[in-house]
Write a protein that binds this ligand. Structure first.
Ligand SMILES: Cc1cc2nc3c(=O)[nH]c(=O)nc-3n(C[C@H](O)[C@H](O)[C@H](O)COP(=O)(O)O)c2cc1C
Length: 222
């Protein structure tokens, strides 16, 4: 696992080593299910279960949720900034909304909130180097996008990577605190799809993996 990969949150972000509290899981009949073999401490009249879990265990467990990888972009005045993120989620079709979760102490965070506009470039399988770069070295350079072929988004002026499978320009419509992250919800104001034959970059258990293409459709073989 690479050094950058070891910092994942989002499986990549640094997290406090403090223990985490988690809620219970419920069976269909409404009874409380034990989570991870931990002893339930159920208060009378409630179904709450709270148990101390370690951030490392959490990171390993969420790391088993395979994701795509994006490079987010935004503006700090004239300067273009970028940050690798796998917390990108599509939220709503009407209006068109997407979400990204950004660590509050990342250098990208404050400029993102200040600018109110951001780009998303969904990385193709051959873009792991860009993912590593925007997770680390990019932040020290005056023009982090200089070595990556890109265009400027027509609606917001943020950078969109040429090699990406799809790109989005977003205007922030809401932010929500999420622990040591901020959830940023954006309305999509421009999008484009490219490279139809290319595969996605996939992140799994702290590393980049080749997805196995099994095209059966969401409900299995017809
Ligand atoms: C595959 C991958 C996915 C990541 N996803 C996120 C994410 O969703 N949110 C986030 O805040 N950081 C994420 N990171 C970490 C940031 O890219 C990294 O912490 C940030 O660029 C470092 O910024 P800093 O030097 O200002 O701390 C991810 C890193 C990698 C390699």
């Amino acid at each position: 696992m690479s050094g950058a990969a070891a910092r994942s949150l989002c499986s990549m972000c640094s997290m406090s080593p403090n223990s985490l509290s988690v809620g219970a899981a419920w069976d269909r009949d409404g009874s409380v299910k034990r989570v991870g073999g931990l002893p339930p401490e159920i208060r009378a009249g409630t179904s709450a279960v709270r148990a101390p879990l370690q951030a490392g265990e959490f990171r390993q467990a969420v790391g088993r949720f395979a994701t795509g990888v994006t490079v987010l972009s935004t503006l700090a005045g004239e300067r273009h900034l970028g940050m690798t993120a796998n917390s990108f989620v599509s939220v709503s079709l009407d209006p068109l909304l997407v979400l990204a979760s950004v660590r509050r102490d990342a250098r990208f965070h404050d400029p993102l909130l200040a600018a109110g506009v951001w780009g998303v470039s969904v990385l193709a399988a051959d873009m792991s180097e860009a993912s590593r770069f925007f997770a680390k070295r990019a932040h020290d350079l005056p023009d982090p996008f200089a070595r990556w072929a890109h265009a400027i988004g027509p609606e917001t002026g943020v950078v969109l990577l040429d090699g990406a499978l799809s790109v989005f320009e977003c205007r922030t419509v809401a932010t929500h605190p999420g622990g040591d992250h901020t959830l940023v919800i954006g309305e999509v104001v421009f999008l484009d799809r490219r490279h139809e034959d290319a595969g996605p970059l996939v992140f799994y258990q702290g590393d980049y993996v080749e997805p196995v293409a099994v095209r059966t459709g969401p409900n299995g073989p017809a």
